[in-house]
Design a protein around this ligand. Structure first.
Ligand code: DGL
Length: 261
């Protein structure tokens, strides 16, 4: 048993889509979430910068004495997960491996991946998908405008519809579409309309939550508390729209946010 919190971070509000799934599956766990809003967006930055930012955020979470860390960000997972696992002596889980495991379980062969520019450039998703499913055909598309629009709360308007249509119009004949950036589940409704009912839209947060649950039970790290756990949210910069989007996402009125010291 281990009653310490699970640490999570992302560049902004995207990782809250992962936090939400974790809270659903592990209701009595405590969570410490960092939104690195001072450095948003991660998606347009170099691998070197992403590694530096991840290192700082993981150090912050270790200072908070978390028991493990979830990198709730496709950009950081694809460009820095292995480096962080080599650098720190704490369990660190990213969003790619648990999702690829699911794609294989479901026997998907025609897969679309949408993500940030940095993630698509790194080829992180396609590489890991093909390692696990060699016969898979992967169609990748960078959607750099979507994460900033999600931070703005523009997830269900005409501009979002136009942007998503423009980004997805060339992706054809797929069985599953991986939302390779954790901001994208915020656009799920529009994405579903664009790609059609027959395509499985994959929210990586669900797969990550399952993986974390499995990991903590296998390693006997569950929280022994029977009551609902608590969530602390920290931002590196408070001048942003984070709170409004997070409230909507978590369907909570009292989301409390602190500036990271
Ligand atoms: N939510 C992030 C991801 O999954 C980062 C988006 C960004 O900061 O550009 O890639």
């Amino acid at each position: 048993m281990d009653n310490r919190a699970i640490g999570i971070f992302d560049s902004g509000v995207g990782g809250v889509t992962v936090l939400k799934e974790l809270q659903k599956l592990l209701p009595n766990e405590n969570f410490a979430y960092i939104g690195d809003t001072a450095s948003f967006p991660y998606g347009s930055k170099s691998k070197k910068t992403i590694i530096e930012l991840c290192k700082k955020r993981i150090e912050n979470l270790i200072d908070m004495e978390v028991k493990m860390i979830v990198i709730a960000c496709g950009t950081a997972t694809s460009q820095a997960l292995e480096e962080m696992q080599a650098m720190f002596n704490i369990p660190i889980i990213g969003i790619i491996k648990p999702t690829v495991k699911y794609l294989k379980e479901m026997n998907f062969k025609k897969i679309g991946v949408i993500a940030t520019t940095g993630t698509i450039r790194s080829n992180g998703w396609e590489e890991k998908i093909k390692e696990s499913i060699p016969e898979a055909e992967v169609q990748n598309k960078a959607c750099p405008l979507l994460a900033p629009m999600a931070e703005e709360g523009w997830t269900d308007n005409e501009i979002a519809q136009l942007a998503i249509h423009e980004y997805l119009k060339d992706i054809k004949n797929i069985e599953a579409l991986v939302l390779g950036c954790t901001h994208y589940p915020l656009f799920k409704k529009i994405i579903k309309t664009e790609v059609g009912e027959n395509v499985d839209i994959i929210n990586t947060g669900e797969m990550v939550a399952r993986e974390v649950k499995e990991y903590i039970s296998k390693n006997k790290m569950q929280n022994s508390n029977k009551e609902k756990g608590n969530t602390q949210i920290y931002l590196t910069d408070l001048e942003c729209n984070f709170i409004n989007v997070a409230k909507k996402l978590l369907q909570a009125e009292d989301v409390k946010i602190q500036k990271i010291s």
